[in-house]
Design a protein around this ligand. Structure first.
Ligand code: ASC
Length: 150
């Protein structure tokens, strides 16, 4: 096989194997993508958190539906933190790129907490949901404190 065709086939194969990895034409697109993903995640988590902390009456179906979406969304934003996206319309701190391991660990911690929230919401137990929502909130805050500018 022609070498460039082989390379193309390999690239296409890799792209197909990574459906969750977003691809961006420009750095600004990656910034927009991750901000949009965080916004949608926060909106749906917020609905669950409002029930967990008693601001809104608990509704098991609403909690489960929103926790599911928040959990799904939690997987998306980090694909947008690619090289060259530390500038422009972003509050991302440079430490994200200088402490990649720590940043990834913080991201995983949030994703794990979100998975637990999803399980708790599906079980429909408000007490478990409270604990799980608290852990998600802590994970969000931890990352903001370390990696988001004011
Ligand atoms: C939320 C939300 C966040 C976190 C954070 C927790 O509901 O939108 O960013 O919780 O406020 O401290």
């Amino acid at each position: 096989m022609n070498r460039s065709i082989l390379v193309l086939a390999t690239v296409a194969g890799l792209a197909a194997a990574l459906p969750a990895a977003a691809q961006f034409a420009k750095p600004e697109d990656a910034v927009k993508y991750r901000k949009a993903a965080f916004t949608v995640m926060a909106s749906h988590f917020g609905r669950v958190a409002a029930m967990a902390n008693g601001r809104v009456a608990f509704d098991a179906k609403v909690a489960a539906d929103n926790a599911e979406i928040a959990t799904m969304m939690s997987k998306l934003p980090f694909a947008g933190f690619i090289e060259g996206t530390d500038k422009g319309d972003t509050k991302a701190k440079p430490e994200i790129w200088t402490e990649q391991d720590k940043f990834k660990a913080a991201a995983s911690k949030m994703q794990d907490a979100m998975e637990k929230l999803n399980v708790a919401a599906k079980a429909g137990n408000v007490d478990t949901l409270k604990t799980a929502a608290g852990a998600v909130g802590q994970a969000c805050k931890g990352c903001h404190d370390s990696y988001r500018k004011e």
